[in-house]
Write a protein that binds this ligand. Structure first.
Ligand code: AMP
Ligand code: GLY
Length: 426
């Protein structure tokens, strides 16, 4: 089989790597990919941007791929799956209507209210006066969210009223996030432990993936500015049998059946970002219509069964009989970011240590990397690579991952030194 992966980050490298491991897959094409996917056996890059939907359809046709898997949310929200379906092509991911669950926070919140899915109390506003009056009424701390896609930057957890009002003004004026911020969701701040729960859905049937947890804040001890994720691990020991059941019964199943009832049948990866309250109740912070990044990297390292078969089962509505097995070992990934991340970063810095052999039970997934004219691997984004390790326990996996981290260096490289600390402390 020939498979196309859409995207060019660490998640897409992990997807391409997992697909290439299948004995049934002869070749994986990644559009546009990165230096890591270019170097992966059986994988090659195509110079097609993840946002150019007509060009992606053409590419899939020209290359006669058997199916396509989409990594990032933007093409899904823009309707890439619908365009492929119109062309008679198999493409794993939700349709535009189903992807609105991530594409509009206001839609997601009202959907959750309609279907009794636990989430923070909220109101949505397009009018500044009304938003500010409401914020003054509820008081701080309070959370302000841009309605549309804002590349993971559209959320302000405001500690005081000034911060909340400033964020709201920035969004509603269009200055902060353009049209994505023309509507805001103001919501209650939840406290507890954040976990990521990811399932694969075939329109009806749901298969939950192994549990995982990411570290969103930039600095050690989960402090500092919010990022797209500085590291992740699987399994997440917080998700015991009781919590697992509650998440499936109270969040995932009602979401999939609720969407179907509203004519938005969901196919693809469904990611619920959850806050587990001190009382042990899972509440939805956000839905994503895709695999998490960096959660996908350790998760897919643990997948023992065939990833291509699993994707095809979801595409064909056959998940009920799919073979899904996980390595008993734990996996952990540490993101190595460029200096300045999550702010602006310098591109084109040569990465040292790429030619050294990988330590056993590790893999280096590239995110923001490229080749320079001399063919060297250089930095090309904020989250540059994710060093992953497998081990008997999360602590063992952590040790292996950091051994690989120690081999990689570039000017200004930055990473957390405590990825997995909650799981190890438990
Ligand atoms: P989101 O993109 O909605 O997941 O928001 C990004 C991050 O903001 C989350 O990972 C949480 O850490 C935080 N966050 C979002 N909503 C809330 C909330 N209602 N209460 C507390 N923290 C939140
Ligand atoms: N790691 C969080 C996300 O992918 O949204």
């Amino acid at each position: 089989m020939k498979v196309l992966v859409v995207g060019g980050g660490g998640r897409e490298h992990a997807m391409a790597w997992a697909l290439a491991r299948s004995s049934k897959v002869d070749e994986v094409i990644v559009a546009p990919g990165n230096a890591g996917t270019a170097l992966e056996p059986k994988v090659r890059n195509a110079q097609t941007g993840a946002g150019d939907i007509p060009a992606l359809v053409q590419l899939a046709r020209r290359e006669e791929v058997d199916f396509t898997v989409v990594g990032p949310e933007a093409p899904l929200v823009a309707g890439v799956v619908d365009a492929f379906a119109e062309g008679g092509l198999l493409c794993l991911g939700p349709t535009q209507k189903a992807a609105e669950l991530e594409g509009s926070k206001a839609f997601a919140k009202s959907f959750m209210v309609r279907h009794g899915i636990p989430t923070a109390a909220h109101e949505a506003f397009a009018d500044l006066e009304a938003a500010c009056a409401y914020i003054r009424e509820v008081g701080a701390p309070v959370v302000i969210k841009a309605d549309g896609l804002a590349a993971g930057k559209g959320v302000t957890v405001a500690e005081n009223l000034d911060e909340a009002l400033l964020a709201t003004e920035g969004m509603l004026s269009g200055d902060a996030f353009g049209d994505a911020g023309r509507r805001v969701v103001v919501e209650e701040r939840l406290v507890g432990e954040e976990i990521s729960f990811i399932a694969l859905v075939d329109g009806e049937e749901v298969v939950s993936l192994a549990s995982s947890q990411d570290h969103k804040p930039r600095d050690d001890g989960d402090s500092g500015p919010n990022t797209g994720g500085m590291g992740a691990y699987s399994p997440a020991p917080r998700v015991d049998q009781v919590l697992y059941r509650r998440i499936m019964d109270e969040v995932i199943e009602p979401t999939v059946s609720g969407l179907a009832a509203e004519g938005r049948h969901y196919t693809g990866f469904l990611y619920a970002g959850l806050m587990v309250t001190p009382e042990g109740e899972p509440k939805v912070l956000e839905f994503n219509c895709r695999l998490g990044d960096p959660e996908a990297q350790p998760l897919l390292m643990r997948l023992d069964s065939d990833f291509a078969d699993l994707c095809l089962a979801a595409l064909k509505g056959e998940l009920a009989s799919a073979d899904v097995r996980w390595d008993d070992r734990a996996a952990l990934g540490v993101v190595l970011a460029a200096g300045g991340y999550p702010g602006p970063t310098t591109k084109g810095l040569p990465i040292e240590g790429m030619d050294q052999p990988l330590p056993p039970d590790t893999h280096l997934f590239h995110g923001g990397t490229a080749f320079d004219e001399e063919g060297r691997v250089v930095t090309n984004g904020g989250r540059v690579v994710c060093a992953c390790g497998l081990g008997a326990t999360v602590a063992d996996a952590q040790e292996r991952a950091y051994r690989l981290v120690g081999q990689i260096h570039w000017d200004g490289v930055f990473y957390r030194r405590d990825i997995g600390y909650r799981a190890i402390g438990r």
